[in-house]
Design a protein around this ligand. Sequence first.
Ligand code: GAP
Length: 451
Amino acid sequence: MPAPSTAPNLMATIVSLCKRRGFIFQASEIYGGMGNTYDYGPLGVELKRRVKEAWWRANVTTRADVVGLDSAILQHPKTWETSGHVAGFTDPLVDCKTCKARFRADKLGEAQCPQKPSRTPLENKCELTAPRAFNLMFKTHVGASEDSASVAYLRPETAQGIFLNFKNVLEASRLKPPFGIAQIGKSFRNEITPGNFVFRMREFEQAEMEFFVPPAQNDEWYAYWRARRLQWYLDLGIRRDKLRVREHEKDELAHYSTATCDVEYEYPFGWGELEGIACRTDFDLKRHSEASGVRLEFFDPDTKEHYTPFVIEPAGGIDRMALTFLIDAYAEEMVENEPRVVLRLHPKIAPITVAVFPLVKKDGMPEKAHELEQELREAGFSTFYDEKAAIGRRYRRQDEVGTPWCVTIDGDTLKDGTVTVRARDSMKQDKVAARDLVAYVTQALRSWKQG
Ligand code: GAP
């Protein structure tokens, strides 16, 4: 396999590939776009769906001790007062008195002055106001009136919906600690800093789990989830040397946390948080118990005592995961003196699993190709049919979007019933009986390993 290299400006290359091939588009583009908001196109939606499926499978479906939840985006406003978000979910902002731009006081070194975009506000010696706290929650109104009594918030994290349903789930599922409640869903934050594409958005999807444990087991479960979540990224093909786990310093900890670490990835713009794993103690359950008057506790039938479980929370962003998989998979290579761009995505998350090509548009090959494509679809694989351009060009187009296998129907197919399966990574070709194609792809998917 040729040695891969990455593009000099990898971030811009990924953004351009995403738009050109239908992964991710700027939201409201025809109206000039909207800051930090993006739409997922046909391939992006498949990538994201598979990332969510892989997360759900690893954290819910394959475990007896975790159940799922899908809570509402709009919760009672008291939720966010009690959780501390109304008072404390803020960024420090400063205004420039000259150009009227607004910056995050703690990110001035990364910001651009609109009057001189090559400089940061610090380099440009902008005249900045003193920092003031800016709440990141989006406010809206529920019902017909728009007064202070009708204020509601779009959730800034999915976690609170889990705490609010602790008692419901406990009673309905009859689980006992240690157990987890997981959910994937949209969250909203009025982010002010430029976002590095989908790394920081105003509307994004989170995959979070609150894992409730007896307090004495806090440390062992924290260590367990740290290791487990790092391994998930490795199992899905992320390079080990691009990942690290960073323990938070005491002064970085959120108000509810006694220990937190981040799984970080080395992005083209530097190391950044991909996922956080936090010890939230009994903070949230106790606060919501006090504020609602409903006891959010577990009654241990063995000791005959009530106690409030401690919480370990692995919390990741689906959009950040998708971006990370794209960046990590991207490679440019020279193959027989021709450049090739390839996304070495794990086949479990590749948007298209198998592309099907008739070698030529005649002699019954398109009909046979459609027939095989349908068989693959019915077996649950996502497929793509292409009969345009030379076969080499069709391979390259699929390499660029990460399709692990391309199947060509040629003269042999009509004679002896074999097709050619070409692998994205090795570019090797195998002759396979058409009737064994589904079994072949199933096996190849199961045994795939990062080269
Ligand atoms: N319940 C804990 C919580 O929300 P967080 O670190 O604020 O913790 C968890 O968010 C994850 O959600 C982050 O690690 C990141 O992957 C993702 N995330 C947070 N803000 C985001 C944003 N503005 N855009 C995209 N993803 C974001």
